[in-house]
Design a binder for this molecule. Structure first.
Ligand code: KIV
Ligand code: NA
Length: 263
């Protein structure tokens, strides 16, 4: 059965964890959905794991369009989220609308953009025009130069208050999902409890509504430095399909992430 926004909302209400993985091509989109992954994220992490850049900043609209088309061709039921690349939405709601429309036409069911307060107008603009939006809070890879590196966010009181306010405001503006990246597990739990929309954690503890990992981290094929929250599921598995099935199971049972993969 096709997974829709309604499916995801129902899962959240029923307390069933949502399994998300990044995906960039048709072969993997077919494999991942057959292994039980509900949501495929065409992440701008492709700039690092596919293209070899040291950040996500060089990723273009053309890149995300191409990979979204590939993923969409391989998927029959998965819910597809496409990242809006750096520079494709920050200028104005109109710019975001124009570019989000390309991603939806390429086969996405939702777009994801980074940022809180500053993105509210854009989120309201897109969602009121038929484009579901996933927010992204905490560590924002497109702001790595501003942040001074890939660091855990929300560690002090002011930051944690800010993140809670941003999450509530994104929901209010119309977002139907929020990725929480690299924040303390207790903070992610508090945010998740107060929202009516699912939270998807990456380095945000086991109490989010779902989890996401970069596919290449899950398979242990990324040659660069892997973050503390990543886990190689291919280790101890008999195949890639088996590794992904074990990831899905671990997400569903909240065995992943464990404390060693959390902050
Ligand atoms: O680009 C990406 O892969 C992401 C996830 C890490 C959430 O945004
Ligand atoms: Na991303």
């Amino acid at each position: 059965m096709k997974i829709t926004l309604t499916t995801l909302k129902k899962m959240m209400s029923a307390g069933e964890k949502i399994a998300v993985l990044t995906c960039y091509d048709a072969s993997f989109s077919s494999l991942l959905e057959n292994a039980g992954v509900e949501v495929l994220l065409v992440g701008d992490s492709l700039g690092m794991v596919l293209q070899g850049h040291d950040s996500t900043l060089p990723v273009s609209m053309e890149n995300i369009i191409y990979h979204t088309q590939c993923v969409a061709r391989g998927a029959n039921q998965a819910f597809i989220v496409a990242d809006m690349p750096f520079g494709s939405y920050q200028e104005s709601p109109a710019q975001a609308m124009r570019n989000a429309a390309f991603l939806m036409a390429a086969g996405a069911h939702m777009v994801k953009l980074e940022g809180g307060q500053v993105m509210l107008e854009t989120v309201a603009f897109l969602t009121s025009r038929g484009i579901p939006v996933c927010g992204h809070l905490g560590l924002l890879p497109q702001s790595v130069n501003q942040l001074g590196g890939y660091k855990v966010q929300g560690k002090d009181e002011a930051q944690s208050v800010r993140l809670k306010t941003d999450a509530a405001a994104l929901e209010q503006a119309g977002a139907s999902m929020i990725v929480l990246e690299a924040i303390p597990a207790v903070l992610a739990q508090q945010i998740t409890e107060t929202l009516q929309i699912p939270t998807i954690g990456i380095g945000a503890g086991a109490d989010c509504s779902g989890q996401v990992l970069v596919l290449h981290d899950l398979l242990g094929v990324f040659p660069g430095k892997t973050p503390k929250f990543a886990k190689n599921f291919l280790q101890g598995s008999s195949s890639i399909q088996d590794a992904v099935e074990r990831y899905v199971k671990a997400v569903k049972s909240a065995d992943f992430p464990s404390v060693e993969h959390s902050f």
